[in-house]
Design a protein around this ligand. Sequence first.
Ligand code: SF4
Length: 715
Amino acid sequence: ADIGPASGQEVRTACCYCGTGCGVIAEHDGRRITGVRGDPAHPANFGRLCTKGSALHQAAAPGGRALFPELRSARGLPRRRVGWDSALDGAAERFAAIIREHGPDAVAFYISGQLLTEDYYVFNKLARALVGTHNIDSNSRLCMSSAVAGYKGTLGADSVPACYEDIDHASHLLIAGANPAWAHPIVFRRIEAAKRANPGLSITVVDPRRTETAEFADLHLQIAPGSDVLLYNAMLHVLLWEDLVDRDFIRDHTSGFDALRAQLAECSPGAVATACGVPAERIVEAARRFGNARAALSLWCMGLNQSHHGTASNSALIHLHLATGQIGRPGAGPFSLTGQPNAMGGREVGAMATILPGHRDPANAAECAELAALWGVPALPATPGLTAVQLFDALAEGKVKAVWIACTNPAHSLPDQTRVRAALEKAEFVVLQEAFADTETAPYADLLLPAASWGEKSGTVTNSERRVSRVRAAVPAPGEARADWTIAADFARRLAQRMGRSADGFAWADEAAVFAEHVTLSAGRDCDMSGLSHALLDARGPQQWPFPQGAEQGSARLFTDHRFPTADGRARFNPAGFPQRHALLPEPVDARHPFVLLTGRLRDHWHGMSRTGKVAGLWGHTPRAEVALNPADISRRGLRAGQLVRVAGRRGAVVLPLAADAALAPGQAWIPMHWGAATLAQPGANTLTSPATDPISRQPALKQAAVAIAPAELP
Ligand code: SF4
């Protein structure tokens, strides 16, 4: 009773916001969710919830829901309510016609880390096995694809080695490019508790802003934006110089160290201090804290990932662990935090252009053939798929004609909004499968399909520590909204008919059957989940993978035997993370655009605020969108806090009130990512952000753009 579905008027489920993946008990009266409390039996949160999680019930039935399928007959006309059959038959006709005329790569799917694993799975099979395109990508591209590339390049697989329990065992935490106090509050509560229990726990935070997390740390390195790779290589330089590396571990369990060492000479703390914006002695101190730790754990998130050199940043940080043997034992390891509730599930399912189910690689012919056989299709497509920014560029160029968007809001969240909106205008056919009809993307939808939201559908999610939790419906979805996987499967069956193909592979009885098929594909892989099922999760509660068939339990941490899933069993010092000569920023700051714009999350809001923006109690922490500058910059430029300013970049401009914030270094500006056209009556921060992407992970550099700030001219 402690772990399975709650009885009576309560349902055990998981929070739909951040990747912490807290367990939630939702109370309901059969029609609406009336309250929530933290699940004391869930290992991610042990009963705690943050402010957002505590208001889940208030966000569960807000206004603005999509209630019925709506279709418009031509651009410029309003959408009209239609029945589900008509909506899905019409969509299948349009997709089939475009595929016939232009080929399968003329259509694309853009989905979401908010989807459940079962939703993800059906969309992925639909795109690759039925349509025959790798053009399926997720908004998780925007949050953690650089971590995926970093893990694969160093550890050999996208396997997050550590778990939350390691926070309790660590003697040193290196928190890099993350502000868990706001973005992963329950992880931060655990960090606070660990510090109380062990005052000797040392904490270093690396962040261009003096965040609440940085305030809590023993050492804050307020680095210049984009200088991460230099910093971690300089720390490694110190570790070598002071003989704080683990030479036995390097010799026995890694490859490539000599090549890296040869390049570290140019990365002394003195040599990089100016570029990093941090005194050399603080870099030395950070390295000593890491190198002398009994157990060092690194936690990171968007600050490393959302960069045009995100793979390099991730690799350089992981190298610190490989050089010191700080991996595969309690309290030690690299541990990336996922932003979204099921970004990790999407990685398992392989529902992104650059990965396949079971962490297979679409560029690996043998793995593609294996997957094709498992799916019962002759072959997987040969053409690489388009990643998020590429996908919308292809839409703008007319190469992709139709896009199916599910549970995400690209007209708010992708960089360079002007271009994204032009792409949606240009598309021949835009399907939007969404719970909300009032997002920035909704006006571009030719077909709007109402989707069930949190508390209304069932399946699973996987959190940052590889823990799979059940998500359960408590109340029926409003109007004619349906669970996402059922919409995708219904569409697939209709499309298969029009393509002259069998629809047998899309006839699951329920979400448990979808999950069962999904875990079968993972058997024998690093993310083996073949021993999991909905029934097992219901009986025994959330479980971590790997969890192979017949296992009694999953693995809390990975690589405990120091064998890695590479050809020679060794972890690699990846050249991607060696000292780089790339520009620190994706675009230069100059006299016309003198400020580096940073973007980020607030404590009490989530993404585009389609849920949290409708809960009055969540507006108290930060009641309005502002652009923040260091007080010295405000006075130097003759501005004043509170006045309206125009923030202009190379791609657009926004007008916002100005705020003074000493947490920022001079020369930096900061705008929260949440506000957009739906909440601000003007496009938000992503009007200004750069579409530059990391060359390996293809993650956009959402955190840095060059802007000018001047008083707004009154009309
Ligand atoms: Fe939800 Fe994240 Fe808060 Fe937990 S920490 S309650 S998962 S938003």
